[in-house]
Ligand binder design. Structure first.
Ligand SMILES: *Cc1c(COP(=O)(O)O)cnc(C)c1O
Length: 374
């Protein structure tokens, strides 16, 4: 492995082999249904430019992105893949989608009619996915909108319907009654539609039961090592490690305060390490810990060190009094995400979810990709 640049304040290590293995494990779990991959938001912040080729080598043929620029990038990396755009067709943006050979997920009647009109004007059938709403009330056609669309045969004849999909609201919790309700709604509504392959489940939904797999599943988070499903372990392994440099270690006397607004005061003499990672690097300000509060932590040489005081833009201060002095020198690394600090735990400490931790992580940090097969 190449040495870390001397000026790197932090490093995010991304295990491409683990991403490939995670996709294969999920593909096996859901077979004979197909396993796609959601690579929106730059593959959840991990770098679509590296993640998409790794998934393609693993066997993935269907990708979901959120936006047209993401589709263009994915297309350049995966020439023959099927690429769906979850945000669908923005008014007037049809040509841009065609330029990316991307398939919009059409979620309302207006978008469906606009895409069909564009097909007619070009005198070609255009591929489309239709999203129906099964209870999330976010994107998708409700029953009356779907019924109205399905009566317009001429308009539909311009569409090559590749997928009918919907999205679950509570699939992380296997005991939530909404799962069965949405499953029933999806079955009923998809039967009103023209026949096409069906897709309902993301990372958590695919863990509920085979009933939720249909023809295609759409995991994102689980591919990146995330454990969204609360009913048991998803068969994936961690992908990301994030570390940042210790810039300085100081002794703070009893009663002295640390950080902005002096929210923390030392109880006895403490050793405080200042680490080069802050909220601009995805360490949320909610990880701060004033007096009597518990916040986030880092790990140094396998020992936890709590964040004390406010998280600032570029820095955190951690109490390393209990960490052996040998491992906390200037330039040493503090681990922010790793085997003993999973993204879910960091998310919980910050009052958010692992997804937000992942997509916010380490934009200023050096990136290292390992096990990429080259
Ligand atoms: C983001 C997204 C997914 C992937 O969700 P994960 O929980 O990351 O697996 C699947 N489907 C839709 C519609 C999404 O927006």
């Amino acid at each position: 492995m190449t040495a870390l640049p001397a000026s790197a304040t932090g490093v995010v290590t991304i295990d491409l082999g683990a991403i490939a293995a995670n996709w294969q494990a999920l593909a096996k779990l859901v077979s004979p249904a197909e396993c796609g991959a959601v690579v929106k938001a730059d593959a959840y912040g991990l770098g679509a430019g590296r993640v998409i080729p790794a998934l393609q080598s693993a066997g993935c043929r269907t990708f979901f992105v959120a936006t047209q620029p993401e589709a263009l990038q994915a297309r350049a990396l995966a020439r023959s893949a099927t690429i769906y755009v979850l945000d669908g067709l923005l008014p007037g943006a049809g040509e841009d989608l065609i330029a990316a050979a991307a398939i919009p997920v059409l979620s309302n009647g207006e978008a469906i009619r606009e895409w069909s009109a564009l097909a007619k004007a070009k005198d070609v059938r255009l591929p489309a996915a239709i999203q129906i709403d099964s209870g999330l009330n976010r994107l998708g056609l409700d029953e009356s909108a779907l019924s109205a669309i399905m009566t317009d045969g001429e308009m539909l004849s311009w569409l090559d319907l590749k997928l009918i999909m919907s999205h679950l609201a509570c699939a992380d919790d296997p005991d939530d009654a909404k799962n069965a309700a949405q499953l029933a709604a999806f079955r009923r509504l998809s039967s009103i539609s023209l026949p096409a392959p069906l897709s309902l489940a993301a990372s958590d939904g695919l863990m509920l039961s085979r009933d939720f797999h249909f023809d295609l599943v759409r995991p994102g988070y689980a591919l990146y090592g995330g454990q969204a499903f609360k009913g048991g372990a998803t068969p994936v392994r961690p992908v990301v490690k994030a570390e940042a440099r210790i810039l300085q270690v100081r002794e703070v006397p009893d009663g002295a305060t640390v950080g902005y607004s002096a929210t923390y005061s030392a109880k006895g003499t403490r050793r405080i390490a200042t680490v080069a990672a802050g909220y601009a690097d995805g360490l949320f300000r909610h990880l701060s810990a004033g007096d009597g509060e518990s916040g986030g932590q880092v790990s140094i040489d396998g020992r936890f060190a709590p964040i004390v005081g406010r998280v600032s833009m570029d820095l955190i201060t951690v109490d390393v009094t209990d960490v052996p002095t040998g491992s906390v020198g200037r330039g040493e690394m503090a681990c922010l995400i790793g085997p003993d600090l999973p993204i879910e735990a960091v998310g919980a400490a910050a009052g958010t979810i692992g997804y937000e931790v992942l997509t916010s992580l380490g934009r200023r940090f050096h990136r290292v990709y390992v096990n990429g097969g080259e």
